[in-house]
Design a protein around this ligand. Structure first.
Ligand SMILES: [Zn+2]
Length: 254
């Protein structure tokens, strides 16, 4: 169902032991202050130089366990965050992807190994968060086999079922007030400017009571396949974002 008034979820991407602790620490007081239960999307075995901005932090895994204990959902954010495939994704926002188009046995190995790494640190990954929105039907089949039932992606206004998994839509990259629907705001702590942290603080001040969690969204909003008009609406929303990011890329802004 489409919640009214709107509900929000917060998702933090690109977390790994070599992240910028100082930049992440700009956000963590807000989670405690406003009682937010975010999705923490963790790269299990990061090899992406862009995410290796400091020496491996020894307290990283302990910190993630503490957040999970406080109600955060742990997201499997790909495997190594190396986006060198050019397969077509089910959410085609970027030409480069880690998973889409990669052969099944490799995807299966990466997902098994990624889950094993997160579990070896005492975490309970329950949500798939694809680097650069890149994944295909094979990815979803492999995730299902591995017991992962929730995907954080897509442009619908409510949780839905596609290819046998529950999708929690992710449509925003900064806080924005909405009248209805479930909206996931995706933030990248390493690159987020201070202005975005301030914007989030203000937004939480006004809307904290309307923030939900993955668990609650799945339990309360009854994910079901999208109707034809809902699919059209989601495709149109995806197209608008593709046009916007395409224009930015061409003008050199992204
Ligand atoms: Zn990422």
């Amino acid at each position: 169902m489409i919640p009214r008034p709107a509900q929000y979820l917060l998702r933090f991407d690109d977390l790994c032991p070599t992240y910028s602790r100082e930049r992440w620490r700009r956000f963590t007081p807000l989670l405690a202050e406003f009682g937010i239960r975010p999705i923490l999307a963790i790269v299990p075995d990061n090899r992406d130089p862009a995410l290796a901005v400091s020496p491996s932090h020894p307290g990283f895994w302990d910190e993630m366990r503490t957040f999970e204990g406080a109600g955060a959902s742990i997201g499997l954010h790909g495997y190594q965050h190396l986006c060198v495939s050019r397969g077509r994704s089910l959410v085609p926002l970027h030409p480069e992807t880690e998973f889409a188009g990669v052969e099944e046995k490799t995807q299966r190995a990466w997902i098994r190994e990624g889950l094993a790494i997160l579990r070896s640190h005492g975490l309970h990954p329950a949500v798939w968060v694809a680097p650069r929105h890149g994944f295909d039907r094979v990815t979803l089949r492999v995730l299902r086999e591995a017991g992962i039932e929730v995907v954080s992606d897509g442009f619908a206004r409510r949780p839905f079922v596609r290819n046998g998994l529950a999708w929690i839509p992710q449509q925003l990259w900064a806080p924005a007030a909405k009248k209805s629907g479930l909206w996931t705001i995706c933030l990248h702590p390493t690159t987020a400017p201070d202005s975005l942290v301030e914007k989030l603080r203000k937004f939480l001040g006004d809307h904290a009571q309307h923030f939900t969690s993955v668990e609650r969204a799945v339990a309360e909003l009854e994910p079901a396949p999208l109707s034809f008009p809902e699919r059209v609406h989601a495709e149109a929303a995806l197209l608008r974002v593709r046009l916007r990011t395409g224009l930015k890329r061409r003008s050199g802004a992204a």
